[in-house]
Design a protein around this ligand. Structure first.
Ligand code: NAP
Length: 322
C-alpha cells in the first residue's frame, strides 16, 4: 500500500512514520547525553529494519553529537545499500548564539557529515537565534537557490513565527514545508495554541517529535517504574517518569494496551497510529529507537486501522494533556 504523504507542498513523498536519529549521537555533547551511546552496528540495524518496514525518511541534526548522528545515519544508509536520492534526509541547524550568516557558513560541515547524502529538508532547530526570522529564512532561501538543500523547515516555532517564516520564504517563491514540534497523546498543546490549525491552513506538515513521550506511551515504565533508574540521561528526574506522573497517564496507557490487543499490536504502535491519522495527512511522526526491536515495532505502526470509536476514546482520555 502506498501511503506516502507530501512533505508540505513539495513533491517529496514521505512515509507517515520516519526515524528520529537523536539516539545516534553516540552519547556526545549536551544533547547526546540523553541516550546510551549506540555502536554503529546497532545504528546500521535500526536503519535497515526501518527501511525494510517501509520507512523512507530520517531526521537528524547538527546538535545530535555535533555531527555524529548525521555521520552514523549516512554510514547506516550506505551499509543498507542506499544512495543519495533513494531516501529522504532531514537535518537541522543549531541556532544558539549564532547569527543568520552561520547557516551558510556551516552548510559544508553538514554536507560533509552526511557524506554522499543530500539534504532534502533543512530545519531551523529552535526559534532562538541571534537573528530575525526573516534573516534566517533569506539564508535558507539562498541555500535552496544554490541547490545545497531541497526544502526548508522550522522546529519549535510558535504560530506567529511559523507564519512569519512562511511569508518571508513566499516572497522568494519558496514554500515552508514543515514545523517539527513536540506532539504526543501526552502533549497536545499544538491543538490549542494555533500551531496545528495554522499548519493545516498553510499546507505545512507537522513533524511530531517525542511521539511516544520518550517511552512512556509504550507502557513499560508503568509496568516497571524502576526500569527508568537504569537508563542514562535526565528522564529519571522528569515528573512524567516518576510515580505521580505515571499515575496521571495510567488510564490512557491502559486504553492503549486494550486497543492494542484488539489489533494484535502494541501500545506504542497504537499511540503512533493515532498521532499520524487523527488529523488526516497533516501530521507525520518520528519515533526514536535505542534497539532494533523498537525500530521494527514503531515502523509497523501503520499496518492496521483504528476505528473512529477507538480514535475518539484515546482523544477523550488524553484531553487532560491538551
Ligand atoms: N526538534 C526538536 O527539538 C526535537 C526534540 C526531541 C526529539 N526530536 C526528534 O524526534 C525524535 C523522537 O523523539 P524522542 O527521541 O525525544 O522521543 P520518542 O520517540 O517519543 O521516544 C524515544 C525513546 O522511547 C523508547 N522507545 C522507543 N520505541 C519504543 C518502543 N517501541 N517500546 C518501548 N520503548 C520505546 C526508547 O528509549 P528507552 O529504550 O531508553 O526507553 C527511545 O529512545 C528524535 O530522535 C529526534 O530526531 C526533535
Amino acid at each position: 500500500m502506498d501511503n506516502h504523504r507530501s512533505l508540505g507542498r513539495s513533491p517529496i513523498a514521505i512515509s507517515p512514520i520516519g526515524l528520529g536519529c537523536w539516539q545516534f549521537s553516540e552519547g556526545r555533547g549536551f544533547a547526546g547525553r540523553f541516550w546510551p551511546a549506540l555502536p554503529q552496528e546497532t545504528a546500521n540495524q535500526i536503519v535497515a529494519a526501518s527501511l525494510d518496514a517501509g520507512i523512507n525518511w530520517f531526521d537528524t541534526a547538527e546538535v545530535y553529537g555535533g555531527g555524529r548522528s548525521e555521520a552514523a545515519l549516512a554510514k547506516a544508509l550506505t551499509a543498507a545499500g542506499k544512495k543519495n536520492g533513494d531516501v529522504v534526509v532531514a537535518t537541522k541547524w543549531w541556532p544558539m548564539w549564532r547569527t543568520a550568516g552561520n547557516i551558510k557558513a556551516t552548510i559544508r560541515a553538514r554536507q560533509s557529515f552526511l557524506a554522499s547524502f543530500g539534504i532534502d529538508l533543512y530545519q531551523i532547530h529552535q526559534p532562538f537565534a541571534l537573528a530575525s526570522t526573516a534573516a534566517q529564512m533569506h539564508a535558507m532561501a539562498d541555500l535552496v537557490e544554490d541547490q545545497r538543500i531541497r526544502t526548508v523547515g522550522v522546529s519549535n516555532f510558535s504560530t506567529a513565527k511559523m507564519r512569519a517564516a512562511h511569508q518571508v520564504l513566499d516572497t522568494r517563491g519558496i514554500h515552508l514545508v514543515s514545523n517539527q514540534v513536540r506532539y504526543s497523546l501526552l502533549d497536545r498543546r499544538i491543538e490549542k495554541n494555533g500551531v496545528l490549525r495554522t499548519a493545516q491552513e498553510l499546507g505545512i506538515t507537522i513533524i511530531a517529535y517525542s511521539p511516544l513521550a520518550q517511552g512512556i506511551l509504550s507502557g513499560k515504565y508503568h509496568r516497571d517504574p524502576n526500569m527508568i533508574r537504569s537508563r542514562p540521561g535526565p528522564r529519571k528526574w522528569m515528573t512524567a517518569f516518576r510515580r505521580r506522573g505515571l499515575d496521571r497517564s495510567r488510564a490512557l496507557v491502559a486504553a492503549l494496551e486494550e486497543i492494542a490487543r484488539a489489533h494484535d499490536a502494541t501500545p506504542s504502535q497504537v499511540a503512533l497510529n493515532w498521532l499520524a491519522n487523527y488529523h488526516g495527512d497533516t501530521v507525520v511522526v518520528i519515533p526514536g529507537a535505542t534497539s532494533v526491536a523498537q525500530a521494527e515495532e514503531n515502523a509497523g505502526a501503520m499496518s492496521f486501522l483504528l476505528s473512529d470509536a477507538e480514535m475518539n476514546r484515546l482523544d477523550e482520555l488524553s484531553r487532560p494533556f491538551c
